[in-house]
Design a binder for this molecule. Structure first.
Ligand SMILES: NC(=O)c1ccc[n+]([C@@H]2O[C@H](COP(=O)([O-])OP(=O)(O)OC[C@H]3O[C@@H](n4cnc5c(N)ncnc54)[C@H](OP(=O)(O)O)[C@@H]3O)[C@@H](O)[C@H]2O)c1
Length: 352
């Protein structure tokens, strides 16, 4: 007879029901009744059993919450299922492994469940963490998916040249704060927009942006951009869409580039907002390109070669907003859509 496996409680964050509009804390349930074995079952050929340490709160997660039939977002990820734990990027520790690439004690980052422990049946897409002199939580941000996003969006899509003028929206967030620092290291002039005085101070005094403005205090975004870019914008790193994109289109230089990284202002709208100034893509021969970070993960080693020395020499800094405990996960996650986070929003489940 097979030996009975020891079971432990596994706290989880479940989606209560499909979401329409902006997600709210009440769209989630904290479940404490589930149990899990901390060993990979005999029946699993390649599975790993993870203890989840740091969970990443990311804007794309709200795109996975509506009923799939009502959603226009189809690429790359599976929608969440009501009654099941949501999932996302995380840093985790391997407790047991049947996969040749991973062994007990390894630290990894990649997609896992919003729960204390996860059994990952197909762990091939997890990245093993090799550099542990850097804070582990950075693998949800600076050294994880958002860091790679800043890197590929700026270097691969925008292809910056020294002296160019760069505008970044949602500039104080997980991705934006890094794009700005990469742009300064590349010798560009950089202005960011963000939604509070505290964030504007960070942009100017901590991340080294040349200037920054609070878009919520500007009556006329076109006039604001003309103030900061009297000769026009070479590169717009687009994180928000909507009115900001419309104003940026009016202020692009000929042959400018727009890297469409995100459009957070659209994610939770029932009816999409119209863009009015798209004709400027033609008038100014602008190259506007959307990209998805997961199509560039083969560049991760190249990214580490660039960014690890910058971190170790204090040439790059990173601000995190840390929430503690799975029960505070829903508030941390929905806070992204009102700008409550200051820097990369991380949720600590356990520190080791
Ligand atoms: N293409 C890819 O592969 C990829 C990968 C990662 C992220 N992304 C995208 O990159 C963007 C930034 O992501 P992140 O992780 O760095 O998030 P983040 O900036 O850390 O957090 C989201 C921020 O967006 C701003 N925001 C929220 N609602 C807004 C609205 N209606 N209008 C304008 N700004 C709004 C808020 O800042 P304020 O206080 O400044 O309003 C909020 O703090 C998102 O659009 C995300 O979807 C894309």
């Amino acid at each position: 007879m097979a030996e009975k496996l020891e079971m432990v409680k596994n706290k989880q964050v479940l989606l209560k029901d499909y979401v329409s509009g902006s997600p709210k804390e009440s769209d989630f349930i904290i479940a404490t009744d589930k149990e899990i074995s901390l060993e990979v079952p005999e029946s699993s050929d390649n599975g790993v059993l993870l203890k989840n340490l740091y969970l990443s709160c990311d804007p794309y997660m709200s795109l996975l919450m509506p009923k799939p039939a009502n959603s226009t977002f189809e690429d790359g990820f599976s929608h969440y299922t009501p009654g099941s734990p949501i999932n996302g990027y995380a840093v985790s520790k391997v407790l047991d492994s049947k996969h040749p690439k991973f062994k007990k004690g390894d630290l990894v980052w990649g997609i896992t469940g919003w729960e204390e422990y996860s059994l990952i049946a197909e762990p091939d897409s997890l990245f093993k963490i090799e550099h542990t002199d850097i804070p582990l939580s950075y693998y949800t941000g600076l050294l994880g998916m958002p860091g790679m996003t800043a890197y590929v969006g700026f270097y691969e899509v925008c292809k910056p040249k020294k002296g160019e003028k760069v505008f970044i929206s949602a500039a104080a967030g997980a991705v934006g704060q890094l794009v700005g620092q990469f742009a300064k290291l590349a010798g560009c002039y950089v202005v960011g927009s963000a939604g509070s005085k505290q964030k504007i101070d960070l942009l100017k005094n901590k991340f080294g942006f040349d200037d920054a403005f609070n878009y919520k205090e500007e009556q006329d975004l076109d006039a604001a951009l003309k103030r900061y870019f009297p000769e026009g914008i070479d590169i717009y790193f687009e994180n928000v869409g909507g009115k900001t994109l419309d104003a940026a289109l009016l202020n692009m230089k000929s042959h400018g580039r727009i890297a469409v990284c995100g459009m957070i202002s659209h994610y939770n709208l029932d009816k999409p907002e119209r863009v009015h100034n798209l004709a400027h893509v033609l008038y100014k021969r602008i190259r506007m390109e959307g990209f998805a970070v997961y199509e560039y993960y083969h560049l991760y080693p190249k990214f580490l070669d660039l960014v690890l020395p910058y971190i170790r020499e204090n040439k790059i800094t990173y601000v995190e907003d840390i929430a503690e405990g799975l029960e505070n996960g829903p508030a941390a996650l929905v806070g992204l859509f009102s700008g409550r986070n200051v820097g990369k929003q991380v949720l600590v489940v356990a520190r080791e």
